[in-house]
Write a protein that binds this ligand. Sequence first.
Ligand SMILES: Cc1cc2nc3c(=O)[nH]c(=O)nc-3n(C[C@H](O)[C@H](O)[C@H](O)COP(=O)(O)OP(=O)(O)OC[C@H]3O[C@@H](n4cnc5c(N)ncnc54)[C@H](O)[C@@H]3O)c2cc1C
Length: 476
Amino acid sequence: MDRYERVPIREENREERIEKFALIDQPYTLEEAVLEGQRCLECAMPYCVQGCPITQDCRGYNILVGQRDFDGAAKLTLRENPLATVLCKTCYHFCEDDCIMAGRGVPIAIRHLKRAALDFGKSDLLYVPSKRKEERVAVIGAGPAGLMAAWDLAIRGHPVTIFEHEEFLGGQINTIPRYHLDPDDLDTDLARWRNLDITFVVGKKAGTDYSPKSLLAEGYEAVLVAIGASKPRELGVPGEELPGVYHALPFLLAMNKRPEGILGRHGRKIVVIGAGDVALDAARSARRLAQGGEVQLVYRRGPKDMKATEEEKSGGEIEGVRYVFYRSPKQIVGTDHVEGLVVQRTEHGPPDAKGRRTLQVVPGSDETIDCDMVIVAVGEVADVSGFDPDYDFKFASMGWPEGKREDWMTDVEGVFATGGRSVVHAMGAGERAAAAIDRYLAKKHGREPERRPDPFGGPTPPPEIPPGYGGATWTP
Ligand SMILES: Cc1cc2nc3c(=O)[nH]c(=O)nc-3n(C[C@H](O)[C@H](O)[C@H](O)COP(=O)(O)OP(=O)(O)OC[C@H]3O[C@@H](n4cnc5c(N)ncnc54)[C@H](O)[C@@H]3O)c2cc1C
């Protein structure tokens, strides 16, 4: 096989896939994985590793798969990535964008090789905590940021308690549609954590049942707030309260967790408002829901302005989502249920003072799109109701609260806050916050800060960067 061609990833049949929620990407066979692994150029300077928010040694596992050492590849994958079963199907693979083969042909299928490593290697390993430290840490929020922070701190020997508002763990991972992720993948990952000193307290909300300050008063020496941004942003038009109007996150969560709440009452003519990945997930899920019906995605700008990844946009096209551009929602109409969406045409106006293209509504251009269900997917904000203003969070552009200091500490000593824009970014943020908390506690107790130990109990900490890599200014 030509080194510049990727071993194809088989996909679920295009015609049949909208009839079900089965995984679209099919796994490599063992021989396919070996061939794809052998395409890796084994770069001295692995940009793939540099591009990964948790600096996974992806070059390392590519090479091991190419050498048929699947056990080694699985162990290397799990060394830095405690949510690898989730990420091998859902990661937006920033490593592949940075792979040197991307400029010469098609990047190595790094995410798919991670999946092969776990499929064919010994992946039912158990993480091992290092010598117990006495300082207890509380983590609020069991999304990928909170889970990664808890894992990192527990590997370092801290007893950790995670407090979660929902009855289940994983945060927004639970809204990822089942054509991208199997429902039990997160449990497969968490099964490797069972020897770690992590206690899960679910169904308890910070701001109502407890607060970071009350946890400090209970004896936790540090608290990480990792609550993400999961409160739907309102569209702010009349009719948003009508039955038949859903917001994307509760809709997608219901599709995965409580489909009986939606099935049977769903629409046949569904409109999704928005143009990011979440809007596409909602539209593609709606397509599967409205068997034989139609799904339109309404966006006030044009195709080039859509924030969704190419993978999601083309997925929507293949599955028959109809894109309606340059239309801005004005009102949702109906008597006791949604009957239509009134939109206005938009067009580009003169650039504003900063040179950005403006958008203006065309007067008298109202039209009504006939529909019986509307899904609003225009972003999320954090719910910090009940939190003391003393923390003085800053908010990331995508909504989650962060500590203002460089180490993510808030204005309240010992309380940190972070989050991230994708699963792996949130994990990277959680990992950095955990390291900062460990440094803070080491200083407070007169210890030298330490590197994260080998999570499988080996005698030396794994290298922070893989051997052969000398940093951004390194030249061979
Ligand atoms: C529909 C959808 C699809 C996505 N698909 C992908 C994908 O394919 N790949 C990818 O990489 N990323 C994807 N993402 C993005 C990714 O899921 C998020 O970036 C990531 O989950 C953010 O992690 P987090 O830990 O910062 O926040 P969250 O995942 O939001 O977790 C925060 C947790 O805190 C809890 N919480 C909130 N408030 C409180 C409180 N007051 N008290 C206690 N607990 C609280 C929440 O219940 C939640 O469990 C998707 C997101 C959505 C919505």
